[in-house]
Design a protein around this ligand. Sequence first.
Ligand code: MRU
Length: 339
Amino acid sequence: MNILELDTVSFDTETNELIIIDQTLLPGELQMMRLSDASAIREAIKRLCVRGAPAIGVAAALGLYACACRIQQNFEAEFLRCAELIETARPTAVNLSWAVKRMRTAFQKSSASEALRLEALRQEAFSIRDEDIDVCRRIGENGLALISNGDGILTHCNAGQLATVRYGTALAPIHVGVRRGMNFRVYTDETRPLLQGARLSAFEMVSAGVETTVLCDNMAASLMKTGAIQAVFVGCDRVARNGDTANKIGTLGVAIMAKHFGIPFYVCAPTSTIDLDCPNGESIEIENRADEEVTEMWYKERMAPEGVKVYNPAFDVTDADLITAFVTENGIVYPPYAF
Ligand code: MRU
């Protein structure tokens, strides 16, 4: 089965379970996870079984509805406990708290009858899912106008279909273009330490039949210097009002290099990822992750000496002045940015 035929996040309406592709196993193994318990959903988000800002937002919404379907007593208190558990799984991607907030509002606005409350939650969760598909498709259309057939595109991390329900954000223009018979050369930074580029973006692009080249993160400058790259497309986890943008660690470096070589640097941003309560990059909370991700994971045995300290932030903030434009579902936004 081609991975692109599967929604990254879906829902079984017979069993009322959230279904996700377990991304920790890709590309070697394609396994689905079925979830309906708030602690398990929190854990799946923390472990990056489901990851990427839009995908965790949709998983939170559908997951919260799955939890609500199983509440036996103290409906309100139990719903709010599940919401809190899921919302705090990861701090940086605003889509997670945005989706949980929408579910909480739907719950609070609905009538006190449990059946009607459940129906309101179902409707809101499915709207969040459907909106994600529509928004990503529109980002793909808008982004496609910025590139030409045959272009070399560099991307960092995975902001493709595997980070959303379908299409992706940064890779959506490629998916839309390929369906129209266009060809691109896609270069995926491996994206240390969790290799979302080498494992996920590369897998997704190869599955779409795109010529794909993986490079280690520290090879991007020399690649750009060859002239092979016509544009950089990345996703985002939280965009501040002034345009400063948190995305996967390493994005800042790519943006600085792109500016040096005069290569346009585009951030594909669903408007749900723009946080109007956040004035600038300094106000964005950056998730720090376990040392072992750097020192042990992916190696047969621990590769760094015991006793070293490890620096492992999951995200960095790219200053607004390094961003050529934002590609949103509503169009392309050029500087000066004031959302
Ligand atoms: O830690 P991850 O894999 O969840 O990080 C994902 C990213 O940084 C993506 O670029 C971002 O969430 C945008 S996904 C459309």
